[in-house]
Design a protein around this ligand. Sequence first.
Ligand code: EPS
Length: 388
Amino acid sequence: MSALRYMTAGESHGPCLTGIIEGIPAGLKLDLTAINAALGRRQKGYGRGGRMKIETDTAEILSGVRFGETLGSPITVMIKNRDYANWTERMAAFGAADAAEKVTAARPGHADLAGALKYNRRDVRDILERSSARETAMRVALGEIVRQFLEACGVTVSSKVVEIGGVKASLAANDANDEELNCTDNDAAQKMRELIDTAKVAGDTVGGKFIVTATNLPVGLGSHIQYDRRLDAKLAAALMSIQAIKAVEIGIGCECARLLGSEVHDEIFADENGAVKRRTNRAGGLEGGMTNGEPLVVAAVMKPIPTLMKPLDTIDIADGRAVSAAKERSDVCAVPAAGVVGEAMTALTIAEAMLSKFGGDAMTDTLAAINAYRERVRTFIPTDKRER
Ligand code: EPS
């Protein structure tokens, strides 16, 4: 059984989102303000649509926490959907279905058609309400709880947007962070804004790419010994599970297809104090399915959101007629928000790996195990035997 389990529930225009996370050790001090700040960060972003003006996502903790500390029991989180006030009849758990106009024009690129066929639903709303990326608000809340656990273990997780609609940002550029785009290359950010504006006018959407970085991870999270213990595989699955993500890269990722071995692998050396180091980090901190002590660097590519104001051709599932796809209010670009979700999914994945390696009933025990292990690894190479 997984050392850290979580599940989310809730429809986009239903009363609320709910999440349960189990496996956080007892005795972790939780900061609710930071959870709400993470939710706020996900709501921002240049290119977000009208819905984000309605919502001010705030988390309520319904179980597993007492006087600001975790109890080791399942933590339940609830986020209300403010927009539900406008949907009470159309999204009623009971009551008459004729209160709602059916959505029948399946949108290409969405879960609409496959979902309607699979679940035998005649109203695409029964599918789109749950496939909506609204659900990621809960992942961010759960991810922030886990990030606070990781912080106590000395691990940090952050993200940056590196590309939108073909405009690439230089990671070397060290300008003040453009918070709406989460990008520190201001020239690129300006071009990204222009591109998003143009797409909006054209009734179109744009995708992009973000990277997530985690630092100070212990060596050896994950394992080479079995396919389902490999941390790179788990990270890829976690990031790929975010709505609209079409590709995941670890380290230099796709560039490996074009480079020689000598240009890809990271040479190892011991510094004058005997500390083991790498000259580069093209592997993105993962070798053999395990963390190798370098920063973890993963990237994810998001496709343009498939709800277009200039709709594509589709069919009406009621009668097969050729029609234009349903137009729902939507975002033009949600790559900065997806980056925040990427942080959450990365945090959830590495926290699970930490807890399965170090155990997790009480924070004191978990931290003692991590510190003892870090010390063993630090002194592994007996540098006193080295000829100087
Ligand atoms: C989404 C459509 C839009 C987005 C939504 C995801 O919602 P609505 O249909 O209410 O305008 O705003 O994103 C969120 C609500 C959110 O919290 O991120 C979709 O179809 O996936």
